[in-house]
Design a protein around this ligand. Sequence first.
Ligand code: SAM
Length: 236
Amino acid sequence: AEEVGGGDKEVVREYFNNSGFQRWRKIYGETDEVNRVQKDIRLGHSQTVENVLKMLKDEGSLEGVSVCDAGCGTGCLAIPLAKEGAVVYASDISAAMVAEAEKQAKEQLQAGSEKKVVMPKFEVNDLESLNGKYDTVVCLDVLIHYPQSKADGMIAHLASLSENRLLLSFAPKTFYYDLLKRVGELFPGPSKATRAYLHSEADVERALKKVGWKIRKRGLITTQFYFSRLVEAIPA
Ligand code: SAM
């Protein structure tokens, strides 16, 4: 069903500033206070980050390369990118997430590494309001919060910010029933999480094609409770 106005976005912002922030900070962190499902999601997500780093580095060194991390969360990708020497601009709709990412970056990015480390520039901003030009734009596990009708516009906007490549990850529709079944087995009651939208790969590919982009590389990351399709798109 079509959402009216900015409804989704306000719900998402509110969630990631409050209960969603608490939940995801734990999942994306390193402490033991995670349950079995959260631990599995942490593992899957860390594999997505590794895959992204590999896809990017396979094309050459990241030193001095400008990267926009749209919807950066707690900085799981922005920080390793900075360690590789990338000039990172990272933003998120949630002020809580951005504050946590900034704190993590200060703790983890110390001077004295071999590569020239530039502290990422963090900002509270929804991805629709981003502007400027970057060599590379990355948007990981954000589209899951929006229906395809909104995702099309987001993909077009992200592509317009990028000069060379756009990396996107999303929960693929092919695993819908699988995931529903697995989650259903664990949580028989109504789920407390925000609504999740899965996207078909064909729909994402179509959205890219509409703005003159094509997919160059694909990856698929699956654990028991985490499913993510990763695509790298370039101007066609
Ligand atoms: N990309 C990060 C990562 O992979 O570690 C975080 C993924 S987390 C599941 C989704 C993030 O997207 C949250 O931090 C949320 O606040 C952010 N987000 C959701 N909608 C957004 C929007 N319209 N603009 C910017 N950020 C958004």
